[in-house]
Design a protein. Structure first.
Length: 146
């Protein structure tokens, strides 16, 4: 079975890195995006979906197969991919697992409740070169696994 790399490209800062790593390992790479975030990268196939709430996420879940690697920062999408036997990874190299996904989903839910109640939370920090390197290393390790 050929392991594929599927990229949830809406808001993904490591598309270039993911495509390059997949290419080094000869893994097919699919970039999934909506019409407002269209990406074309040599070495990857781009699939464009209509703009709409979670349209790319649902398309990705319908395409993902056991063993595929999914690059996403969306905890809900990562949970659905885990349930389908995929290997989701975040853009900083963190691997989503059955051991950490429940806590991540709870944190997301709690943050949504705070925001709905009028509260404010700090946004993400600026990406670092260390995060990019950690992502490349983690994705390479996943592709090397048997």
């Amino acid at each position: 079975m050929t392991r594929r790399v599927l990229i949830d490209a809406d808001g993904c800062p490591v598309v270039d890195e993911a495509v390059a790593v997949a290419g080094r390992f000869g893994a097919p790479c699919l970039i999934l995006c909506d019409t407002s975030h269209h990406f074309e990268k040599p070495g990857a196939q781009t699939l464009v979906f209509s703009k709409g709430a979670d349209s790319v996420d649902f398309a990705l879940v319908n395409l993902v197969q056991p063993g595929d690697i999914v690059v996403t920062q969306d905890y809900g999408l990562a949970a659905m991919c885990l349930a389908r036997g995929a290997r989701p990874i975040r853009q900083d190299g963190m691997k989503y697992t059955s051991d950490n996904i429940d806590g991540l989903l709870l944190a997301r839910h709690t943050a949504q409740k705070i925001r709905r109640g009028g509260g404010r939370l700090k946004g993400p920090k600026k990406r670092t070169a260390e995060q990019d390197a950690a992502f490349v290393e983690a994705l390479s390790a996943l592709l090397q696994e048997g």
